[in-house]
Ligand binder design. Structure first.
Ligand SMILES: Nc1nc2c(ncn2[C@@H]2O[C@H](COP(=O)(O)OP(=O)(O)OP(=O)(O)O)[C@@H](O)[C@H]2O)c(=O)[nH]1
Ligand SMILES: [Mg+2]
Length: 374
């Protein structure tokens, strides 16, 4: 669809800054500029285009200069390289009240831009060029692997946002909203997802796009970037569901402790040691691994503090947890659950109560937060 045919009557009065992160896209720059120029003339737009280039040295600077368009600039960055920092720098440098971010590889159809801008004008906070809403599409020749990869990545982000295509690199927002955003973490490729989650964007519009695969140049989306995405997701989950995430990680670490305990105990038994040593060894080692894993992952924000003192606190919290476990189970089995399997059910509830106490002690005392990171 050429949006110009349907939206020809529409006047877009607001100035638009299009930010295009680039790394070795010299071949694509003239094509994208030609497309944007057509759009600019069709809609009589007030437009600036900023190529945020990570020192490609492939003729990108010359390609922008050769266009002769005074509304197109290229900013060559030599520090803090990477897609997301480049986009954020571009947003900061932009002069107009509406920001659009798009790739340089002609994957994103410029004709979707007017609809995105209209969405913002009608009250949306954020507009996304979406492959996964009705009317949107990807190229037919996506193999199973690429399709699965994209589907899993999108599915993993579902609890964070209802947006169908939060992975898209094609989106628009108001500069004022961007300027007000705090704690943005420019890690990885998924800058739209970062903005939607961190800014609590509720009203997100999705404009269907036909996404075409790049024709010229090479992809920069590597396996390393995909692994970074998992880290990024973990951060965003922590941001959105802080306490549930701490508890989940604490429980996963606890479960790993059971495995460590059994492995050590069995090893010592094989070595022919006395049962009391095997049991004590299992408990001791799993206490240490649990501590290390919780310090490294669950409560990683408190890693800078004194490990020895934290370990003593951790052991203390475990003791309190055990005491609570015992007291709750004893009381329940005596006073309330006196019937069949009462002891077993009491023991289970005791374990849960002890664990919650243990968790709270660690979260709010041993590994308490002194500052907020993101
Ligand atoms: N400034 C800057 N831009 C980058 C960097 N990595 C990628 N880009 C640009 O970001 C956009 C998206 O990168 P692509 O390589 O197209 O990634 P993709 O769209 O996920 O993957 P393909 O289209 O399959 O290649 C393109 O315009 C790239 O030139 C980077 O490290 N710095
Ligand atoms: Mg691309």
């Amino acid at each position: 669809m050429r949006a110009g045919e349907d939206l020809a009557q529409i006047r877009i009065n607001t100035g638009i800054s299009v930010i295009v992160p680039t790394y070795r896209e010299a071949e694509n720059i003239p094509h994208l500029l030609a497309e944007l120029d057509r759009l600019r003339r069709d809609y009589d737009l007030t437009l600036e285009v900023l190529f945020m280039d990570d020192d490609s040295r492939d003729g990108s600077v010359e390609a922008v200069a050769a266009s002769g368009f005074d509304w197109a600039r290229i900013i060559v960055r030599t520090r803090d390289r990477g897609l997301s920092p480049a986009v954020l720098d571009g947003f900061r440098a932009a002069r107009h009240p509406v920001l659009v971010c798009m790739d340089c590889d002609l994957s994103h159809p410029v004709d979707a831009i007017p609809q995105m801008i209209l969405g913002l004008a009608s009250g949306q906070q954020f507009a996304i060029g979406s492959r996964y809403v009705p009317g949107g599409s990807t190229d037919d020749d996506w193999g199973l692997f690429r399709w699965l990869n994209s589907a899993i990545a999108t599915w993993l982000a579902r609890p964070l946002t209802k947006v169908r295509d939060p992975m898209s690199g094609f989106f628009a927002l108001r500069k004022a909203d961007f300027d007000a955003a705090r704690g943005l973490n420019p890690v990885g490729y998924k800058i739209a997802l970062e903005l939607i989650v961190k800014c609590g964007m509720e009203n997100v519009g999705e404009v269907p796009i036909d996404f075409s695969d790049r024709r010229f140049g090479e992809s920069k989306l590597t396996l390393k970037e995909q692994l970074k995405y998992i880290q990024h997701l973990r951060r965003l989950y922590l941001f959105r569901f802080a306490n549930a995430m701490y508890l989940l990680q604490f429980l996963v670490v606890g479960a790993s402790g059971v495995v460590v305990n059994l492995a050590v105990l069995s090893g010592l038994q094989l070595a022919g040691l006395a049962p009391w040593i095997c049991l004590a060894g299992g408990i001791g080692v799993s206490l240490v691994t649990n501590f290390l894993l919780n310090r490294r992952f669950t409560f990683s924000y408190a890693r800078g503090r004194h490990a020895g003192r934290q370990f003593v606190g951790f052991v203390g919290a475990s003791m309190v947890g055990l005491a609570v476990n015992y007291a709750v189970a004893l009381w329940l089995s005596h006073k309330i659950l006196t019937g069949a399997y009462g002891l077993q059910v009491s023991a289970m509830i005791g374990v849960a109560a002890g664990m919650i106490f243990n968790f709270l002690g660690n979260r709010y005392i041993v590994f308490r937060k002194r500052y907020v990171r993101d």
